[in-house]
Write a protein of this length. Structure first.
Length: 252
Protein backbone atom coordinates (compact mmCIF):
# COMPACT_ATOMS: atom_id res chain seq x y z
CA UNK A 1 0.00 0.00 0.00
CA UNK A 2 1.07 3.60 -0.48
CA UNK A 3 0.36 6.65 1.64
CA UNK A 4 -2.21 7.72 -0.97
CA UNK A 5 -4.35 4.73 0.12
CA UNK A 6 -4.49 5.79 3.77
CA UNK A 7 -8.09 6.36 4.88
CA UNK A 8 -8.80 9.86 6.25
CA UNK A 9 -9.59 10.23 9.95
CA UNK A 10 -9.45 12.60 12.91
CA UNK A 11 -5.81 12.00 13.79
CA UNK A 12 -2.35 13.11 12.78
CA UNK A 13 -1.73 12.06 9.19
CA UNK A 14 1.58 10.35 9.99
CA UNK A 15 -0.03 8.36 12.81
CA UNK A 16 -2.59 6.98 10.36
CA UNK A 17 0.12 6.13 7.85
CA UNK A 18 2.12 4.44 10.62
CA UNK A 19 -0.87 2.24 11.46
CA UNK A 20 -0.99 1.08 7.85
CA UNK A 21 2.79 0.67 7.76
CA UNK A 22 2.68 -1.60 10.81
CA UNK A 23 0.52 -4.05 8.85
CA UNK A 24 3.15 -4.40 6.11
CA UNK A 25 5.87 -7.03 5.83
CA UNK A 26 8.00 -5.05 3.37
CA UNK A 27 8.95 -1.39 2.89
CA UNK A 28 9.99 0.06 -0.46
CA UNK A 29 11.26 3.66 -0.44
CA UNK A 30 11.74 5.72 -3.59
CA UNK A 31 13.61 9.03 -3.55
CA UNK A 32 14.43 11.66 -6.17
CA UNK A 33 14.84 15.40 -5.67
CA UNK A 34 12.18 16.06 -3.01
CA UNK A 35 12.71 15.32 0.68
CA UNK A 36 9.20 16.08 1.89
CA UNK A 37 7.73 18.03 4.78
CA UNK A 38 7.79 17.55 8.54
CA UNK A 39 5.05 15.17 9.73
CA UNK A 40 4.59 17.08 13.00
CA UNK A 41 5.35 20.40 14.70
CA UNK A 42 7.78 18.84 17.16
CA UNK A 43 11.12 20.71 16.89
CA UNK A 44 13.19 17.55 17.40
CA UNK A 45 11.00 15.27 15.30
CA UNK A 46 11.61 13.75 11.90
CA UNK A 47 12.17 16.20 9.05
CA UNK A 48 9.92 14.35 6.58
CA UNK A 49 7.27 11.67 6.45
CA UNK A 50 9.63 9.46 4.47
CA UNK A 51 12.30 9.74 7.16
CA UNK A 52 9.75 8.76 9.83
CA UNK A 53 8.56 5.76 7.80
CA UNK A 54 12.11 4.66 6.97
CA UNK A 55 13.29 4.59 10.59
CA UNK A 56 10.05 3.04 11.80
CA UNK A 57 10.47 0.25 9.24
CA UNK A 58 14.13 -0.24 10.19
CA UNK A 59 13.18 -0.58 13.86
CA UNK A 60 10.46 -3.09 13.02
CA UNK A 61 12.88 -5.16 10.93
CA UNK A 62 15.38 -5.23 13.81
CA UNK A 63 12.56 -6.30 16.14
CA UNK A 64 11.49 -9.09 13.77
CA UNK A 65 8.14 -7.43 12.99
CA UNK A 66 8.91 -6.65 9.35
CA UNK A 67 10.79 -8.80 6.87
CA UNK A 68 12.79 -6.50 4.59
CA UNK A 69 13.10 -3.09 2.98
CA UNK A 70 14.48 -1.71 -0.28
CA UNK A 71 15.52 1.82 -1.23
CA UNK A 72 15.72 3.22 -4.75
CA UNK A 73 17.27 6.59 -5.62
CA UNK A 74 16.58 8.26 -8.96
CA UNK A 75 19.66 9.93 -10.40
CA UNK A 76 19.60 13.73 -9.99
CA UNK A 77 20.71 15.69 -13.05
CA UNK A 78 22.18 18.81 -11.46
CA UNK A 79 23.95 21.28 -13.78
CA UNK A 80 27.68 21.41 -13.20
CA UNK A 81 28.70 24.12 -10.74
CA UNK A 82 25.16 24.79 -9.53
CA UNK A 83 24.50 24.64 -5.79
CA UNK A 84 21.81 22.01 -5.02
CA UNK A 85 18.67 23.22 -3.28
CA UNK A 86 17.74 22.29 0.30
CA UNK A 87 15.57 19.32 -0.73
CA UNK A 88 18.28 17.82 -2.91
CA UNK A 89 20.85 18.36 -0.16
CA UNK A 90 18.72 16.39 2.29
CA UNK A 91 18.26 13.55 -0.19
CA UNK A 92 22.00 13.42 -0.94
CA UNK A 93 22.85 13.55 2.78
CA UNK A 94 20.45 10.69 3.49
CA UNK A 95 21.95 8.67 0.64
CA UNK A 96 25.45 9.29 2.00
CA UNK A 97 24.29 8.29 5.47
CA UNK A 98 23.05 4.97 4.09
CA UNK A 99 26.48 4.45 2.54
CA UNK A 100 28.33 5.33 5.74
CA UNK A 101 26.14 3.23 8.04
CA UNK A 102 26.37 0.18 5.76
CA UNK A 103 23.08 -1.21 7.08
CA UNK A 104 21.03 -1.16 3.88
CA UNK A 105 21.99 -1.82 0.28
CA UNK A 106 20.16 0.61 -2.00
CA UNK A 107 19.99 0.87 -5.77
CA UNK A 108 20.09 3.81 -8.19
CA UNK A 109 17.96 4.11 -11.31
CA UNK A 110 17.90 6.62 -14.16
CA UNK A 111 14.44 6.32 -15.68
CA UNK A 112 11.18 4.42 -15.90
CA UNK A 113 12.62 1.32 -17.58
CA UNK A 114 15.49 0.88 -15.14
CA UNK A 115 13.10 1.50 -12.23
CA UNK A 116 10.68 -1.15 -13.51
CA UNK A 117 13.52 -3.63 -13.83
CA UNK A 118 14.90 -2.89 -10.35
CA UNK A 119 11.53 -3.11 -8.60
CA UNK A 120 10.50 -6.20 -10.54
CA UNK A 121 13.72 -7.93 -9.48
CA UNK A 122 13.03 -7.07 -5.84
CA UNK A 123 9.41 -8.24 -6.06
CA UNK A 124 10.57 -11.51 -7.60
CA UNK A 125 12.94 -11.98 -4.67
CA UNK A 126 10.08 -11.29 -2.25
CA UNK A 127 7.82 -13.69 -4.12
CA UNK A 128 10.33 -16.52 -3.98
CA UNK A 129 10.96 -15.83 -0.30
CA UNK A 130 7.26 -15.95 0.54
CA UNK A 131 6.79 -19.06 -1.57
CA UNK A 132 9.72 -20.82 0.11
CA UNK A 133 8.54 -19.82 3.58
CA UNK A 134 5.08 -21.19 2.80
CA UNK A 135 6.49 -24.50 1.53
CA UNK A 136 8.66 -24.85 4.64
CA UNK A 137 5.72 -24.02 6.90
CA UNK A 138 3.52 -26.56 5.17
CA UNK A 139 6.28 -29.15 5.48
CA UNK A 140 6.57 -28.49 9.20
CA UNK A 141 2.84 -29.04 9.58
CA UNK A 142 2.69 -32.33 7.69
CA UNK A 143 2.85 -34.37 10.88
CA UNK A 144 0.12 -32.26 12.48
CA UNK A 145 -2.07 -32.68 9.40
CA UNK A 146 -1.91 -36.48 9.39
CA UNK A 147 -5.29 -38.07 10.24
CA UNK A 148 -5.35 -40.17 13.42
CA UNK A 149 -5.41 -43.95 13.30
CA UNK A 150 -8.84 -45.40 12.59
CA UNK A 151 -10.70 -46.34 15.75
CA UNK A 152 -11.17 -50.03 16.45
CA UNK A 153 -14.92 -49.59 16.79
CA UNK A 154 -15.08 -48.30 13.22
CA UNK A 155 -15.67 -44.61 14.00
CA UNK A 156 -14.82 -42.33 11.09
CA UNK A 157 -11.98 -39.87 11.60
CA UNK A 158 -12.96 -36.20 11.83
CA UNK A 159 -9.50 -34.94 10.83
CA UNK A 160 -10.70 -34.11 7.32
CA UNK A 161 -14.10 -32.83 8.40
CA UNK A 162 -13.75 -29.72 6.24
CA UNK A 163 -13.90 -31.87 3.11
CA UNK A 164 -12.48 -31.09 -0.29
CA UNK A 165 -12.78 -27.31 0.05
CA UNK A 166 -11.98 -24.85 2.81
CA UNK A 167 -14.85 -22.95 4.43
CA UNK A 168 -14.11 -19.68 2.61
CA UNK A 169 -14.38 -21.37 -0.78
CA UNK A 170 -17.56 -23.18 0.27
CA UNK A 171 -19.22 -19.92 1.28
CA UNK A 172 -18.33 -18.31 -2.03
CA UNK A 173 -19.69 -21.24 -4.03
CA UNK A 174 -22.88 -21.34 -1.96
CA UNK A 175 -23.48 -17.64 -2.62
CA UNK A 176 -23.05 -18.20 -6.35
CA UNK A 177 -25.47 -21.14 -6.36
CA UNK A 178 -28.10 -19.15 -4.47
CA UNK A 179 -28.29 -16.50 -7.17
CA UNK A 180 -30.54 -16.26 -10.18
CA UNK A 181 -29.58 -18.29 -13.20
CA UNK A 182 -29.27 -15.20 -15.41
CA UNK A 183 -25.95 -14.94 -17.20
CA UNK A 184 -25.55 -11.29 -16.15
CA UNK A 185 -25.84 -12.23 -12.47
CA UNK A 186 -22.20 -13.33 -12.42
CA UNK A 187 -19.24 -10.95 -12.76
CA UNK A 188 -15.97 -11.76 -14.60
CA UNK A 189 -14.12 -11.48 -11.30
CA UNK A 190 -16.38 -14.16 -9.80
CA UNK A 191 -15.73 -16.46 -12.74
CA UNK A 192 -12.02 -15.86 -12.16
CA UNK A 193 -12.39 -16.95 -8.55
CA UNK A 194 -14.32 -20.05 -9.62
CA UNK A 195 -11.37 -20.94 -11.84
CA UNK A 196 -8.99 -20.21 -8.98
CA UNK A 197 -10.85 -22.63 -6.72
CA UNK A 198 -10.73 -25.26 -9.46
CA UNK A 199 -6.99 -24.70 -9.92
CA UNK A 200 -6.44 -25.08 -6.17
CA UNK A 201 -7.72 -28.68 -6.17
CA UNK A 202 -5.57 -31.45 -7.56
CA UNK A 203 -4.90 -35.12 -7.02
CA UNK A 204 -2.34 -37.53 -8.39
CA UNK A 205 -3.10 -38.08 -12.05
CA UNK A 206 -4.59 -34.64 -12.68
CA UNK A 207 -2.99 -32.10 -15.01
CA UNK A 208 -0.87 -29.46 -13.30
CA UNK A 209 -2.67 -26.21 -14.08
CA UNK A 210 -2.24 -22.60 -13.01
CA UNK A 211 -4.69 -19.74 -13.04
CA UNK A 212 -4.40 -17.64 -16.20
CA UNK A 213 -2.85 -14.18 -16.12
CA UNK A 214 -6.08 -12.26 -16.85
CA UNK A 215 -7.99 -14.19 -14.20
CA UNK A 216 -5.16 -13.72 -11.68
CA UNK A 217 -5.26 -9.98 -12.24
CA UNK A 218 -9.05 -9.96 -11.81
CA UNK A 219 -8.74 -11.83 -8.53
CA UNK A 220 -6.00 -9.46 -7.39
CA UNK A 221 -8.12 -6.42 -8.29
CA UNK A 222 -11.37 -7.57 -6.70
CA UNK A 223 -10.32 -9.95 -3.90
CA UNK A 224 -6.99 -8.61 -2.67
CA UNK A 225 -8.56 -7.77 0.73
CA UNK A 226 -11.00 -10.69 0.84
CA UNK A 227 -10.73 -13.74 3.07
CA UNK A 228 -9.53 -16.31 0.57
CA UNK A 229 -9.03 -19.93 1.58
CA UNK A 230 -5.54 -21.30 2.17
CA UNK A 231 -5.99 -23.45 -0.94
CA UNK A 232 -6.72 -20.36 -3.04
CA UNK A 233 -3.76 -18.43 -1.62
CA UNK A 234 -1.45 -21.34 -2.42
CA UNK A 235 -2.82 -21.49 -5.97
CA UNK A 236 -2.24 -17.73 -6.35
CA UNK A 237 1.35 -18.11 -5.18
CA UNK A 238 1.84 -20.92 -7.68
CA UNK A 239 0.39 -18.69 -10.39
CA UNK A 240 2.75 -15.85 -9.46
CA UNK A 241 5.79 -18.15 -9.48
CA UNK A 242 4.75 -19.62 -12.83
CA UNK A 243 4.32 -16.09 -14.20
CA UNK A 244 7.78 -14.86 -13.18
CA UNK A 245 9.24 -15.68 -16.57
CA UNK A 246 6.51 -13.72 -18.39
CA UNK A 247 6.54 -11.04 -15.65
CA UNK A 248 2.84 -10.33 -16.10
CA UNK A 249 1.13 -12.14 -13.21
CA UNK A 250 0.57 -10.54 -9.78
CA UNK A 251 2.54 -11.96 -6.86
CA UNK A 252 0.54 -12.16 -3.62
Amino acid sequence: MGWEEAIPGYQRAQDKINEDLDRCDYFIGIMWDKWGSKPSNEPDGYTSGFEAEYYRSAQRIEAGLMKDMALFFKAIDAPSGMEPGPDIKKVLNFCQKCIDEKTIFFQDFSGVDSFKSAVRTKLMEIGWREFTDRVIAEGDNIEDDQPPMAQIDGEKSSANASGLLDDEAKRFLSAILDRLDDWDATEPSEVARLRLIAASISRSGNDETHLGTHDANLVFQHYRNADLSNQELTALLDCGVAGFERQNAPQW
